[in-house]
Design a protein around this ligand. Structure first.
Ligand SMILES: Cc1cc2nc3c(=O)[nH]c(=O)nc-3n(C[C@H](O)[C@H](O)[C@H](O)COP(=O)(O)O)c2cc1C
Length: 194
Protein backbone atom coordinates (compact mmCIF):
# COMPACT_ATOMS: atom_id res chain seq x y z
CA UNK A 1 0.00 0.00 0.00
CA UNK A 2 1.60 3.22 -1.19
CA UNK A 3 0.38 6.58 0.08
CA UNK A 4 1.32 9.71 -1.80
CA UNK A 5 1.14 12.96 0.15
CA UNK A 6 0.93 16.11 -1.92
CA UNK A 7 1.86 19.26 -0.01
CA UNK A 8 0.25 22.23 -1.76
CA UNK A 9 1.17 25.10 0.51
CA UNK A 10 4.05 27.47 -0.24
CA UNK A 11 4.66 27.63 3.53
CA UNK A 12 6.96 24.87 4.84
CA UNK A 13 6.02 23.77 8.34
CA UNK A 14 2.68 25.55 8.03
CA UNK A 15 -0.75 24.30 9.00
CA UNK A 16 -1.52 21.98 6.11
CA UNK A 17 2.06 20.65 6.24
CA UNK A 18 1.60 19.71 9.89
CA UNK A 19 -1.75 18.04 9.19
CA UNK A 20 -0.39 16.19 6.17
CA UNK A 21 2.57 15.02 8.26
CA UNK A 22 0.17 13.49 10.79
CA UNK A 23 -1.91 11.85 8.06
CA UNK A 24 1.24 10.27 6.66
CA UNK A 25 2.41 9.22 10.13
CA UNK A 26 -0.99 7.58 10.71
CA UNK A 27 -0.78 5.76 7.37
CA UNK A 28 2.78 4.61 8.08
CA UNK A 29 1.70 3.33 11.51
CA UNK A 30 -0.56 0.90 9.64
CA UNK A 31 2.30 -0.36 7.51
CA UNK A 32 1.85 1.83 4.43
CA UNK A 33 4.79 3.03 2.40
CA UNK A 34 4.53 6.80 2.43
CA UNK A 35 6.04 9.52 0.28
CA UNK A 36 5.35 13.24 0.27
CA UNK A 37 6.02 15.59 -2.60
CA UNK A 38 6.19 19.34 -2.07
CA UNK A 39 4.66 21.10 -5.04
CA UNK A 40 6.32 24.41 -4.21
CA UNK A 41 9.73 22.80 -4.74
CA UNK A 42 8.75 21.60 -8.20
CA UNK A 43 8.52 23.31 -11.53
CA UNK A 44 5.05 22.69 -12.91
CA UNK A 45 3.97 24.95 -15.73
CA UNK A 46 0.28 25.75 -16.10
CA UNK A 47 -1.56 23.74 -18.77
CA UNK A 48 -1.08 25.37 -22.19
CA UNK A 49 -4.20 23.78 -23.70
CA UNK A 50 -2.08 22.66 -26.66
CA UNK A 51 -4.25 19.53 -26.99
CA UNK A 52 -1.21 17.28 -27.55
CA UNK A 53 -2.56 15.00 -24.82
CA UNK A 54 -5.75 14.40 -26.80
CA UNK A 55 -3.76 12.36 -29.31
CA UNK A 56 -1.18 10.60 -27.19
CA UNK A 57 -2.66 10.74 -23.68
CA UNK A 58 0.57 12.27 -22.48
CA UNK A 59 1.53 15.80 -21.68
CA UNK A 60 4.29 17.08 -23.91
CA UNK A 61 5.51 19.65 -21.40
CA UNK A 62 8.70 18.21 -19.92
CA UNK A 63 8.88 19.48 -16.37
CA UNK A 64 8.42 18.06 -12.87
CA UNK A 65 4.80 17.14 -13.60
CA UNK A 66 6.17 14.09 -15.43
CA UNK A 67 7.43 12.83 -12.06
CA UNK A 68 4.07 13.64 -10.43
CA UNK A 69 2.25 11.55 -13.08
CA UNK A 70 4.52 8.61 -12.22
CA UNK A 71 3.91 9.04 -8.49
CA UNK A 72 0.15 9.17 -9.03
CA UNK A 73 0.33 6.01 -11.16
CA UNK A 74 2.13 4.15 -8.40
CA UNK A 75 -0.03 5.36 -5.51
CA UNK A 76 -2.90 3.48 -3.89
CA UNK A 77 -3.90 6.40 -1.67
CA UNK A 78 -3.49 10.13 -2.21
CA UNK A 79 -3.56 12.75 0.54
CA UNK A 80 -3.81 16.19 -1.03
CA UNK A 81 -3.20 19.18 1.23
CA UNK A 82 -3.91 22.78 0.26
CA UNK A 83 -4.69 25.84 2.34
CA UNK A 84 -7.44 28.13 1.06
CA UNK A 85 -6.01 30.88 -1.12
CA UNK A 86 -8.62 33.36 -2.35
CA UNK A 87 -11.37 30.84 -1.75
CA UNK A 88 -9.72 28.07 -3.78
CA UNK A 89 -6.74 25.76 -3.78
CA UNK A 90 -3.26 27.29 -4.04
CA UNK A 91 -1.77 28.14 -7.42
CA UNK A 92 0.70 25.29 -6.91
CA UNK A 93 -2.13 22.79 -6.55
CA UNK A 94 -4.19 24.27 -9.37
CA UNK A 95 -1.25 24.03 -11.78
CA UNK A 96 -0.88 20.34 -10.94
CA UNK A 97 -4.62 19.77 -11.29
CA UNK A 98 -4.84 21.49 -14.68
CA UNK A 99 -1.96 19.36 -15.94
CA UNK A 100 -4.20 16.40 -15.21
CA UNK A 101 -5.86 17.26 -18.50
CA UNK A 102 -3.57 14.53 -19.88
CA UNK A 103 -5.12 11.79 -17.69
CA UNK A 104 -8.50 13.37 -18.54
CA UNK A 105 -7.73 12.85 -22.24
CA UNK A 106 -6.67 9.26 -21.61
CA UNK A 107 -9.95 8.53 -19.87
CA UNK A 108 -12.51 10.46 -21.93
CA UNK A 109 -10.90 10.68 -25.38
CA UNK A 110 -8.67 7.63 -25.67
CA UNK A 111 -10.83 5.46 -23.36
CA UNK A 112 -7.89 4.08 -21.41
CA UNK A 113 -7.30 4.25 -17.64
CA UNK A 114 -6.43 7.83 -16.64
CA UNK A 115 -3.50 6.74 -14.50
CA UNK A 116 -2.28 3.91 -16.69
CA UNK A 117 -3.57 1.03 -14.58
CA UNK A 118 -6.76 -0.01 -12.83
CA UNK A 119 -5.43 0.14 -9.28
CA UNK A 120 -8.13 0.97 -6.72
CA UNK A 121 -7.30 4.43 -5.39
CA UNK A 122 -8.72 6.56 -2.61
CA UNK A 123 -8.09 10.19 -1.87
CA UNK A 124 -8.28 12.46 1.14
CA UNK A 125 -8.37 16.26 1.05
CA UNK A 126 -6.83 18.37 3.80
CA UNK A 127 -7.40 22.11 4.04
CA UNK A 128 -7.09 25.06 6.38
CA UNK A 129 -8.45 28.59 5.98
CA UNK A 130 -7.65 31.70 7.95
CA UNK A 131 -11.23 32.89 8.01
CA UNK A 132 -13.87 31.31 10.20
CA UNK A 133 -16.56 30.87 7.54
CA UNK A 134 -17.23 27.17 7.05
CA UNK A 135 -18.43 27.55 3.44
CA UNK A 136 -15.06 28.91 2.31
CA UNK A 137 -13.91 25.38 1.50
CA UNK A 138 -16.62 24.78 -1.09
CA UNK A 139 -14.73 25.99 -4.20
CA UNK A 140 -11.62 23.98 -3.25
CA UNK A 141 -13.75 20.95 -2.43
CA UNK A 142 -15.47 21.12 -5.82
CA UNK A 143 -12.10 21.36 -7.59
CA UNK A 144 -10.51 18.49 -5.68
CA UNK A 145 -13.57 16.26 -6.04
CA UNK A 146 -13.50 16.93 -9.77
CA UNK A 147 -9.82 15.95 -9.91
CA UNK A 148 -10.39 12.74 -7.97
CA UNK A 149 -13.42 11.85 -10.12
CA UNK A 150 -11.45 12.32 -13.35
CA UNK A 151 -8.54 10.25 -12.02
CA UNK A 152 -10.88 7.47 -10.78
CA UNK A 153 -9.79 8.16 -7.21
CA UNK A 154 -12.60 7.40 -4.78
CA UNK A 155 -13.22 10.35 -2.50
CA UNK A 156 -12.40 9.16 1.02
CA UNK A 157 -13.24 12.35 2.92
CA UNK A 158 -11.72 15.55 4.08
CA UNK A 159 -10.14 17.35 7.01
CA UNK A 160 -11.15 21.03 7.01
CA UNK A 161 -10.14 23.57 9.62
CA UNK A 162 -11.45 27.15 9.37
CA UNK A 163 -10.13 30.03 11.49
CA UNK A 164 -6.48 28.90 11.54
CA UNK A 165 -4.18 31.51 10.07
CA UNK A 166 -0.76 31.87 11.66
CA UNK A 167 2.00 29.54 10.63
CA UNK A 168 1.85 26.41 12.77
CA UNK A 169 -1.23 27.57 14.72
CA UNK A 170 -2.90 24.22 14.02
CA UNK A 171 -0.53 22.73 16.61
CA UNK A 172 -2.51 24.61 19.27
CA UNK A 173 -5.42 22.34 18.39
CA UNK A 174 -4.08 18.93 19.42
CA UNK A 175 -7.37 17.35 18.47
CA UNK A 176 -6.86 18.49 14.86
CA UNK A 177 -3.50 16.76 14.63
CA UNK A 178 -4.94 13.67 16.28
CA UNK A 179 -7.83 13.67 13.80
CA UNK A 180 -5.29 13.86 11.00
CA UNK A 181 -3.36 10.89 12.39
CA UNK A 182 -6.57 8.85 12.61
CA UNK A 183 -7.60 9.91 9.10
CA UNK A 184 -4.25 8.60 7.84
CA UNK A 185 -4.89 5.27 9.50
CA UNK A 186 -8.42 5.09 8.10
CA UNK A 187 -7.26 6.03 4.63
CA UNK A 188 -5.04 2.97 4.59
CA UNK A 189 -7.61 0.71 6.20
CA UNK A 190 -10.09 1.71 3.54
CA UNK A 191 -12.85 3.16 5.69
CA UNK A 192 -13.84 6.73 4.86
CA UNK A 193 -12.17 9.47 6.92
CA UNK A 194 -14.55 11.59 8.96
C1 LIG B 1 -2.52 34.40 -1.04
C2 LIG B 1 -3.33 33.98 0.16
C3 LIG B 1 -4.71 33.93 0.04
C4 LIG B 1 -5.49 33.52 1.12
N1 LIG B 1 -6.84 33.44 0.97
C5 LIG B 1 -7.61 33.00 1.98
C6 LIG B 1 -9.03 32.88 1.82
O1 LIG B 1 -9.60 33.16 0.76
N2 LIG B 1 -9.75 32.43 2.87
C7 LIG B 1 -9.15 32.10 4.05
O2 LIG B 1 -9.85 31.67 4.97
N3 LIG B 1 -7.82 32.20 4.25
C8 LIG B 1 -7.04 32.63 3.23
N4 LIG B 1 -5.67 32.72 3.40
C9 LIG B 1 -5.07 32.31 4.69
C10 LIG B 1 -4.56 30.86 4.70
O3 LIG B 1 -5.55 29.96 4.25
C11 LIG B 1 -4.17 30.48 6.12
O4 LIG B 1 -3.14 31.32 6.57
C12 LIG B 1 -3.72 29.04 6.26
O5 LIG B 1 -3.57 28.74 7.63
C13 LIG B 1 -2.42 28.77 5.54
O6 LIG B 1 -2.11 27.40 5.64
P1 LIG B 1 -0.57 26.91 5.48
O7 LIG B 1 0.14 27.27 6.75
O8 LIG B 1 -0.70 25.43 5.31
O9 LIG B 1 -0.03 27.57 4.28
C14 LIG B 1 -4.87 33.16 2.36
C15 LIG B 1 -3.46 33.25 2.47
C16 LIG B 1 -2.71 33.65 1.39
C17 LIG B 1 -1.20 33.74 1.53
Amino acid sequence: MKVLGIAGSPRRGGNTDLLLGEVMRGAASRGAKVKTIILNNLTIAPCQHCDACLEKGKCKVQDDMQMVYRELEQADRIALASPVHFMGVTAQVKAMIDRCQAPWARKYVLKIPPLGNRRERKGLFISVGGRKAANQFEPALATVKSLFRVLDITYAGELLFPGVDEKGAIAKYPDALHQAFLAGQKLVEGTPAE
